[in-house]
Design a protein around this ligand. Structure first.
Ligand SMILES: [Zn+2]
Length: 339
């Protein structure tokens, strides 16, 4: 893949494309023939019992708002396949997959996940995981792609936890790492307000995957795992300090680890209006964060696939618009991209 540096010149971007040791500058070119891949499936959603506190309805509403606001068109939607049991077994144990798929999940296990078992929940989690894998594949082809779900980072190989039943980030990382020779290196940038404990555990001994998590320390999960880099922040952090925290680590990680792909969990639960209320980011702060991450990664010639991560509100449409911030920022970055 060509390497690009993006620098602001007036309000437009000047692109310096590097080919071997030669460097030449060209005017920005807007892609008309191909658009930012948005990965979505109508089956990302399933029924839950009335009053259940997980905002399941947000997934189709993210796509709805993106289309309604003319951020994207239906033509740029990529539809994933359901993740096969074979694919899932690169991360999850056979016993867990058998029990999860067939409904042999006892009450205590169901309480830990936060979901009553149903065929619908199995199906939605498998499509969601297929979506993250497709977004990662699309990013390898097109440099940037976003799903309208994903980021189930609390799922472990043999159990689910905290609304996460299958670890989509881990499955995508492992699948893409192993599908090339030499193995691809994957950097997981997890900016959800909760630690990506399942992902950290899964890759704790895997040198080709680097897990980076910025999260609120006094928060679920109580027992943290060790990521390759954990940055634990205090309650109440606001936009400026939060962005400075990300800026203090991301460029150096990209320079030292040199990933072939970044998987970005753009959770919106650091928002000040999130139901869990730990941090105090604004809509603009989330937008600046997402823009910064994507520009910083892509400017080094590294493809990035984004997932929406966590976000909690009883106002489903407000929440869906908040989740669509990452797609809006990605669209801005995409429009800066050269051919
Ligand atoms: Zn979260």
């Amino acid at each position: 893949m060509a390497r690009f540096t993006l620098t602001c010149s007036s309000r437009r971007l000047v692109v310096a494309a590097f080919s071997g040791s030669r460097c030449f500058r060209t005017e920005p070119v807007r892609r008309e023939s191909s658009a930012l891949p948005i990965v979505h499936h109508g089956k990302y959603v399933c029924d839950l019992p009335p009053g259940h506190r997980f905002p399941m309805g947000k997934f189709p509403r993210v796509l709805h708002h993106l289309i309604q606001d003319q951020v994207i068109t239906e033509k740029q939607v990529w539809v994933p396949e359901i993740a096969s049991k074979d694919l899932l077994s690169c991360v999850h144990t056979e016993e867990y997959l058998n029990n999860f798929i067939s409904g042999k999940i006892n009450e205590q296990e169901q309480r830990r996940t936060g979901f009553p078992w149903s065929e619908g929940i199995v199906s939605r989690c498998r499509y969601e995981t297929g979506g993250t894998v497709l977004a990662a594949e699309a990013a390898l082809q097109r440099d940037l792609a976003c799903s309208t779900a994903g980021g189930t980072h609390h799922a472990f190989p043999s159990f689910g936890s905290g609304f996460c039943l299958l670890n989509d980030l881990a499955v995508a990382a492992k699948y893409l790492m192993g599908s090339s020779s030499p193995k691809r290196k994957v950097l997981v940038v997890d900016l959800d307000v909760h630690q990506g404990d399942g992902t950290a555990f899964i890759f704790k001994e895997e040198p080709c995957v680097f897990t980076f998590s910025v999260h609120c320390g006094r928060n679920f999960p109580l027992r943290k795992q060790q990521s390759d880099l954990d940055v634990s922040v205090e309650d109440g952090l606001e936009d400026k300090e939060y962005l400075s925290t990300v800026e203090a680590h991301l460029p150096q990680l990209l320079e030292t680890f040199r990933p072939d792909l970044v998987l970005y969990d753009a959770g919106v639960d650091p928002h000040w209006e999130d139901e869990l209320r730990h941090l105090r980011l604004t809509d603009q702060g989330l937008y600046q964060r997402d823009l910064y991450v994507m520009k910083t990664v892509l400017s080094r010639g590294v493809p990035l696939a984004a997932v929406i991560g966590g976000g909690y509100s009883r106002d489903i449409d407000k929440l869906a618009v908040r989740h669509s911030i990452v797609h809006r920022a990605a669209t801005q970055v995409w429009n800066m991209k050269p051919l």
